[in-house]
Design a protein around this ligand. Structure first.
Ligand SMILES: NC(=O)c1ccc[n+]([C@@H]2O[C@H](COP(=O)([O-])OP(=O)(O)OC[C@H]3O[C@@H](n4cnc5c(N)ncnc54)[C@H](OP(=O)(O)O)[C@@H]3O)[C@@H](O)[C@H]2O)c1
Length: 292
């Protein structure tokens, strides 16, 4: 049985990866057990475990905070990725690394292809692009996966929750205003985790190249439309209104359109993930926010 190590195993994606990888022997490592910024400790831990695959879910990803803390952003998102890439090459494991739709500037109006030019407009996006490039440059056997709008039952530990839970909480408290001019694809970490398991199961198969993949649910919506669906599916009567990004006053710039096309995923023979609203309905039922 191949041995997979998950870095950031208590995060929202890490939490959902563990059960999805039932065909593998899995070791989960928390931030306390392995800090990607600490190269020597990472070398010792991974040298001991001798995994076939390392999945790096770690990130410094409070997007507005990153604007004020570029050093911390680059330490985790870029140097951390570089450390793992160098260890992967030496210890001969496959590195599966996550990146973000925020590597794009958002001026596109059709889903971004994997080979479209990345042009980040925030410190976070720039640090994630640097991490991608370092993995691609220094690790021969890698998968870099870009995804968007993640939410999972554990909640993003690095962000203090997730958008769905924030909406449910705010919706119970009073009127809610959400940006309507940023379009993406909400993606359940449970679905992304199953896709990762399928990709790793197919590793080495002809037609399944290493490299960069976009993996998200299907469809697209604004954050306002996402919030509207949450309240509809929860049967919550909320005073919800759309605002512009300018009105939101957020510190970091964010892409106005960051829907990712899945060309390489389809070409490699994998099925599209389900529509984002179906995944959302399942999540809300699992969390007890919506009835079956
Ligand atoms: N959330 C989104 O909307 C979104 C969208 C697109 C792409 N992504 C990418 O998807 C990946 C997973 O995101 P997520 O939502 O699952 O995040 P998350 O819940 O914050 O999980 C990240 C995990 O990494 C750990 N971690 C943080 N710094 C670390 C370090 N220096 N060394 C080792 N572990 C560290 C965190 O532990 P502590 O909490 O204990 O620090 C946490 O367990 C990230 O690469 C992110 O950039 C996320």
């Amino acid at each position: 049985m191949r041995h997979v190590v998950i870095i950031g195993s208590k995060g929202q994606l890490g939490t959902d990866l563990h059960p999805a990888l039932s065909a593998f022997r899995v070791t989960g490592l928390t931030h306390g057990e392995l800090d990607v910024c600490d190269l020597e400790r990472a070398r010792a831990v991974l040298g001991e475990l001798r995994p076939d695959v390392v999945i790096n879910t770690s990130a410094y990803h409070k997007v507005d905070v990153c604007e004020d803390e570029p050093a911390a952003s680059f330490a985790v998102n870029a140097t951390g990725a570089y450390n793992l890439a160098r260890l992967a090459a030496g210890l001969e494991f496959t590195l599966l690394h996550f990146s973000s739709d925020y590597v794009f500037d958002g001026r596109g109006r059709v889903p971004y292809r994997e080979d479209d030019l990345a042009n980040p407009i925030s410190v976070y996006g720039t640090s994630k692009l640097a991490g991608e490039n370092l993995v691609r440059a220094f690790c021969p056997r890698h998968f870099v996966i870009r995804s968007t709008g993640l939410y999972g039952v554990a909640g993003a530990s690095g962000k203090g929750g997730n958008f769905v839970e924030t909406m449910v909480r705010l919706g119970k408290a009073g009127p809610v205003r959400v940006v309507d001019d940023q379009v993406m694809t909400p993606t359940a970490t449970a679905d992304l985790a199953r896709a990762v398991a399928a990709l790793l199961a197919a590793e080495g198969r002809p037609g399944v190249p290493y490299g960069l993949y976009h993996i998200t649910s299907t469809g697209q919506c604004s954050w306002f439309a996402f919030a509207k669906s949450i309240f509809e599916l929860c049967a919550m009567d909320v005073d919800l209104s759309p605002i512009t990004t300018a009105q939101s006053g957020a510190k970091a710039r964010r892409p106005a359109f960051s829907v990712l096309g899945h060309g390489k995923w389809i070409e490699a023979g994998f099925a599209e993930l389900r529509p984002w609203r179906d995944a959302l309905a399942d999540y809300l039922r699992a969390k007890g926010h919506a009835r079956a």
